[in-house]
Design a binder for this molecule. Structure first.
Ligand code: GLA
Length: 462
């Protein structure tokens, strides 16, 4: 993970500037480390990762940088180059209590907690960890579905490891960080952290889970990735989080009901069903589920317990968790077959998309992306009118395919087009979408490139 090649010239300048600032605080002799971690845009495979089913993201050429120096205070002091995010200090302890919901520095805490858990399980004592001072400079758009949170978490994890002279192989680090969003109460899968750590320049990443595996797939040079932000804030600490966690519950119920029907009684997530069955056969699994589950189930989980022949309280505890991060469901019924239809169909689309990309069949990849969006909009119900409008605009502008990317409920779309058509796609999006908004939107859309994964280096004294 010390691959200076991951840094572009601009990032090195940013890091050097931050280091000068930090040195003023920590003194001329301190060793200063710099970590960079990119955001990601997911080409296809949406809402599949927490079922341990495959995804196809790219790490993007926008990264969060953290410079850090160790000290013996037992605390970590983090400052953000953007004054909109207030400086925070916290104690390095075995169980680090989170700041208030929505606080940016909870992602730093999530990283540190993840590492403490990881190394404690291998015999380390929390008193061995050094604290320090750090400055964060994020360039991944926030709340836009491009994983600024994973970029921050991974940059924080690499910095904290560097302060403590620890290293982990990238795959192990990705596995360790996979559940970092659980710390802030989102039951997310491991796609974002894996993409940020394992990104490869000019490559998409075919990622499979349980165990985590990554195969880089070359992006054909004639392909361009356009990302456009709806500017509808997909704030993961509020409504998006409760919608997201509700989808996690619905997908897990689908797995349990399918498992019960098929005799795979230990199935907890849809990936378990696929692994037990030996392959993804979406059509047949959808049929089995439709025969065994009504379209809607009551949130009190009585229907579900009846179908599964078990005890409602135990089921509720297993599905919703316990303690402060217990998932609270509102009274709307749970939609199990429709959610599973999306996840299983999407997983098949990912496999076809990998084949199409490897063979350079961009038209086919575009069609799969369109099908993904339709499924996310109707079966998964995580699109919005604005995301739909952006997707339409991109297609009208000549995109081969377009879809929402990330969790949805706001955030960004991703469009695939021929490199020669990228300017036309953007012009159409400007006309059809941004021209109607009364605000500065120059930075809201861009052609993004598949960039390298996260990295940490030591900066030489100035
Ligand atoms: C968010 C989560 C990811 C993934 C996507 C949806 O980005 O952090 O783990 O579930 O949503 O595909």
């Amino acid at each position: 993970m010390t691959n200076g090649n991951a840094w572009d010239a601009d990032e090195l300048v940013r890091a050097a500037r931050l280091a000068r600032d930090l040195r003023a605080q920590v003194g001329a002799d301190a060793r200063i480390f710099a970590a960079r971690a990119p955001g990601r845009v997911n080409l296809i495979g949406e809402h599949t990762d927490y079922s341990s089913l495959p995804v196809l993201p790219v790490a993007i050429d926008r990264a969060t940088i953290i410079v850090a120096a160790a000290n013996m205070s037992g605390e970590l002091f983090v400052r953000n180059a953007d004054p909109a995010w207030p400086a925070r200090t916290f104690r390095i302890e075995r169980h680090i209590p989170p700041f208030e919901t929505g606080d940016w520095a909870n992602y730093v805490k999530a990283a540190v907690q993840g590492l403490i858990d990881h190394f404690a399980a291998r015999g380390a004592s929390v008193s061995q960890f050094r604290g320090g001072a750090a400055i964060v400079d994020g360039r991944v758009p926030v709340a836009a579905g491009l994983s600024s949170s994973a970029a921050l978490t991974i940059a924080a994890a690499l910095s904290f490891m560097a302060l403590n002279s620890l290293t982990l192989p990238p795959l192990e680090a990705a596995q360790m960080a996979a559940r970092s969003e659980w710390y802030v109460g989102t039951r997310a899968g491991g796609m974002d952290q894996a993409a940020s750590l394992l990104g490869r320049r000019d490559h998409a990443l075919f990622i499979e889970f349980d165990p985590l595996r990554v195969r880089p797939v070359k992006m054909p040079p004639e392909a361009a990735i356009v990302v456009a932000d709806s500017l509808e804030v997909a704030d993961k600490s509020g409504r998006v989080r409760s919608e997201y966690n509700r989808r996690v519950v619905e997908c897990s119920l689908a797995a349990r009901i399918l498992g019960h029907a098929l005799g795979f009684d230990n199935a907890r997530i849809l990936g378990d069903i696929v692994r037990s069955a030996g392959r993804i056969d979406a059509a047949s699994l959808e049929r089995t589920l439709a025969e065994n589950s009504p379209a809607e189930l009551a949130t009190d989980l009585n229907d579900a317990a009846r179908i599964l022949g078990g005890d409602r309280e135990t089921l509720a505890r297993d599905l919703l968790g316990e303690g402060p991060h217990r998932i609270i469901l509102d009274a709307r019924p749970l939609k199990v077959p429709a959610r599973a239809r999306h996840v299983l169909g999407e997983s098949e689309r990912v496999l076809r998309a990998v084949d199409a990309l490897e063979a350079g069949r961009l038209d086919e990849l575009g069609l799969l992306m369109n099908a993904s969006h339709a499924s996310l909009a109707t079966d998964f119900e995580c699109s919005t009118a604005r995301l739909d409008a952006l997707v339409e605009a991109a297609r009208r502008g000549g995109a081969l395919g377009a879809r929402l990317t990330g969790a949805g409920f706001g955030g960004s779309i991703v469009a695939l087009c021929r490199a020669d058509d990228a300017a036309r796609v953007i012009a159409q999006i400007d006309r059809d979408y941004y021209a109607k908004l009364d605000r500065q939107t120059q930075h809201a859309r861009a052609v993004l490139h598949a960039g390298p994964g996260a990295d940490v280096i030591e900066l030489a004294a100035a």
